[in-house]
Design a protein around this ligand. Structure first.
Ligand code: ITT
Length: 191
């Protein structure tokens, strides 16, 4: 079972969370920059899986050791699944929650369902595959909490937003936690 993996991301929060989730499973996550791949591939796919694979392959071509990439986003039922694959481009960083609250202001309680989705792509010398994870919740009416990143302050899971949870609590429930645990299962079978 491999012990070290490079993560193809420029998002420091994804890198931190993935490290926290995989460390107890015995896998160390190294940033693409520390592995010598300072790139930002164009994410021109139309699905999470396509974009995750684009990022993982681009970094693998440089580092030639096992790579994972995370493509993720928030899918809001009342918005027909938006912003989805375009979550990072929905609003300038730091303004995504305010914009979403505004767009959802007339949506009643029972129609505020949403999910976080995460696809992890894995690439090494002789295999490439993707695994998925999801987390169901609701869009809140105001931002709450200061932990996490992105849409966490408006994503209500149980009785709190993800930004009100500790990193450990979020990682247990999150789409990223689910996808990375599925990755671990796949790698365990692979040997
Ligand atoms: P890389 O492509 O470099 O990995 P990115 O931030 O551009 O970084 P994505 O294209 O996958 O990554 O966009 C994912 C966006 O979805 C991210 O920027 C957040 O706005 C949102 N998102 C994903 N996971 C999240 C989480 O756990 N909590 C809050 N928001 C999240």
């Amino acid at each position: 079972m491999l012990k070290k993996i490079v993560m193809a991301t420029n998002n420091a929060n994804k890198l931190r969370e993935s490290g926290e989730i995989l460390a107890p499973l015995g896998i160390e996550v190294i940033s693409q920059r520390d592995a010598g791949a300072d790139i930002e591939p164009e994410e021109n796919g139309t699905t999470f899986a396509e974009n995750a694979m684009i990022k993982a392959k681009a970094v693998y071509d440089i580092v030639k050791i096992p790579v994972i990439a995370d493509d993720s986003g928030l899918c809001v039922n009342a918005l027909d699944g938006r912003p989805g694959v375009y979550s990072a481009r929905y609003a300038p960083k730091g303004e995504e929650c305010a914009k979403l609250i505004e767009e959802m202001k007339d949506v009643p309680d029972e129609k505020r369902g949403a999910s976080f989705q995460c696809v992890i792509a894995y690439v090494d010398d002789n295999s490439c595959f993707t695994v998925n994870g999801g987390c169901i919740g609701k869009i809140g009416y105001e931002e709450k909490g200061t932990n996490g990143f992105g849409y966490d302050p408006v994503f209500v899971c149980g009785d709190r937003t993800m930004a009100e949870m500790s990193a450990e609590e979020k990682n247990k429930l999150s789409h990223r936690g689910a996808a990375l645990r599925a990755l671990y299962e796949m790698l365990s079978k692979k040997g």
